[in-house]
Design a binder for this molecule. Structure first.
Ligand SMILES: O=C(O)CCC(=O)C(=O)O
Ligand SMILES: [Fe+2]
Length: 281
């Protein structure tokens, strides 16, 4: 359905709701509740695209445009717990089962090494105790049956082809450990990023999967927008920050706040515009 084909009053109502800052999901939900047909969401997104030009919104695959609060992803029902339009953030519940979380943690324990950061100037992978004090390891793509299943689920939920996604990275934070606020995209202005950009293009989105409950601290913080996501076992946080026109959303600055007590385990999947060809592909 096209926006211009909607009844005048409906058009007027949508314009007003958008002007008042209501997120697309809420507008569509209200329209459906009022008896409008399912395909009115196309008209709402069309209108939003016209007022927020493509240059200023991240790539959003069709799978993520659904307004259903429960979604079936490959082999599992996943809940939508929170959505934010600008920047684009979605929090999913029940993404991993408790047993899957425990298994991923057990499989990573023997492989942990101090985490590195990519030096945007030299392109080298450095350990930097000022930025990142976690331990990490990675799973080669399709490394085992569990990794295969989780990768298929991520792809089904987010619409990112498996080949475009980087290997799952595991992070473990002990009390006091943190990851200072950073962007997950690679700023092309810095020549040191040329190498990583050549391995599949720009990253456009991240999925952080929480593998345990942290006693105190350890939230994922977005300081520019005042958002704080508390780690809950099995939940997954999606945020998107880039489109193919080179637009990057600096509002997705985020970090892992210090763990105060207990420990924190997460698994991260980064998504690229092109096929990922880097290490562990
Ligand atoms: O620890 C967190 O919650 C954030 C992790 C993160 O930013 C990343 O893995 O890129
Ligand atoms: Fe990050």
């Amino acid at each position: 359905m096209r926006f211009e084909n909607l009844h005048d009053n409906t058009q007027k109502w949508i314009r007003a709701a958008v002007n008042e800052g209501h997120p697309a999901e809420a507008i569509i939900y209200t329209l459906h509740t009022d008896g409008h047909p399912q395909d009115i969401n196309e008209a709402v997104y069309q209108y939003l695209q016209e007022i927020y030009p493509r240059e200023q919104s991240p790539l959003i695959p069709d799978q993520l445009r659904s307004t259903e609060s429960t979604r079936f992803a490959y082999d599992k029902e996943v809940q939508v717990l929170l959505t934010l339009d600008q920047p684009h953030v979605i929090l999913f519940g029940d993404f991993l089962s408790s047993e899957e979380c425990d298994q991923i943690v057990a499989d990573s324990k023997p492989k942990l090494r101090p985490s590195t950061v990519i030096n945007a100037v030299s392109g080298s992978y450095d350990t930097d105790n000022q930025i990142r004090t976690s331990y990490g390891s990675s799973f080669k793509r399709k490394e085992n049956d569990l990794v295969k299943r989780v990768e298929k689920r991520i792809s089904a939920l987010t619409g990112c082809p498996e080949k475009h996604a980087e290997p799952i990275q595991i992070l473990n934070y002990a009390p006091g450990a943190e990851y200072k606020p950073h962007m997950d995209y690679f700023d092309p202005k810095f020549s040191g990023n040329a190498n990583v950009l050549a391995m599949g293009g720009q990253r456009y989105a991240t999925l952080i999967m929480y593998l345990n409950d942290v006693d105190v601290g350890g939230s994922t913080v977005f300081p520019k927008i005042g958002l704080d996501i508390l780690p809950r076992k099995g939940c997954a946080l999606y945020f998107a920050y880039a489109n193919q026109n080179g637009w990057l959303d600096h509002r997705t600055l985020h970090g892992g706040s210090p763990v105060i007590s207990g420990e924190k385990w997460i698994a991260t999947k980064w998504m690229r515009f092109d096929k990922y060809t880097g290490p562990l592909a």
